[in-house]
Design a protein around this ligand. Sequence first.
Ligand code: ASP
Length: 439
Amino acid sequence: MKKVVKFGGSSLASAEQFKKVADIIHADGERRYVVPSAPGKRFSDDTKVTDMLYDCYHLAEEGKEFKKALAEIAVRYDEIIEGLGLSLSLKDEFKTIEKNFKEKAGENYAASRGEYLNGIIMAAYLGYEFVDAAQVIRFGEKGDFDAEVTNRILSERLAGIERAVIPGFYGAYEDGRVKTFSRGGSDITGSIVARAVKADVYENWTDVSGFLIADPRIIADPEGIDTITYRELRELSYMGASVLHEDAIFPVRREGIPINIRNTNRPGDRGTWIVESTCQKSRYTITGIAGKRGFCSVNIEKAMMNSEIGFGRKVLQAFEDYGISFEHVPSGIDTMTVFVHQDEFIDKEQKVVSAIHRLADPDSVDIEADLALIAVVGRGMKSTRGTAGRIFSALAHANVNVKMIDQGSSELNIIIGVANEDFEAAIEAIYTIFVISQL
Ligand code: ASP
């Protein structure tokens, strides 16, 4: 058995946290490949090392004095090294970084040093081999991650190494220039490593005990999710539930490797299992609820719309022409509605509306702003009757007016549109009907 373990920034923010991480790794000999993030926040208004690096590099780039800012970053690492009682020194590494900052090595290089240095410390502390991600994670010329080349290089490299630390978040172009993933990207590295070593499980250690059924900022102390499928997770993350970077799913999914989200501060908790498919029923009809505010709907009406082949395409063309992506397109007999992000749409709305008129010749176009979308997701909905009915009646009882309801053909999700101001009340009502009243 082989396990890949990724630790997030808060799990590695201090020497004390590093010790917890080492205990976790030593408790299970199968935890052979370790992917660290950069040191995160030690307390709520602390600054992540990644953010310190970006700021420091920007000073360097503008030709301003940056040594003091760099020294503050060095202190973060020195405190960890000292707290762990290691004899390691990062002095030479910092000299190199200073030189490269002066030479304007780029923001990607700068940000990647957070994980790189933490990886060096982690490898020294565990006695594992350090493998620089720049040598094994490859980006193509256009800056896209090159999954196949990476998988070849990385699997060959790790085949000969029993235990290794591979820093998260970055890789490099063929010519060696460093490139990072988007923020939170160490999750992706963990997944890539899991694929390359054909791990039995990818453990992603963070500061929560997995996914919760609903956002704890809206529902006090919501229940956790034991098991969730990749598809359910995709629906929920898309709607704003964020524990894991969205792109972390693809590498392991194709190999059928499950992800286990765990809590470094509560290692005894089972966490959430993310799997391809399961016969395990979720505890409730729904697996989770997530949502986002800030949408607007563009309602297009045309008599006999259904008999006009190509009408929908022409409408969507208008959005495409102005680079607007749509979120949902529910349609009626003579109506079609396009949901878009309000902040993306607002400056271009009149152009898009006139393009719709020009391209599709509708009877009317009407815009409604300040809407929220809520996704109710669950593999259990397929085999349960009356789910949509229960949602409607719960919302009616809570005095929430439903603007739109859209059930995906997979019967995995129901998307509901409500006014922004009804967002929280709607989530509370749905959580109550499916979870609290079933307890
Ligand atoms: N350190 C990077 C960030 O703060 C990547 C990560 O933590 O996953 O975004």
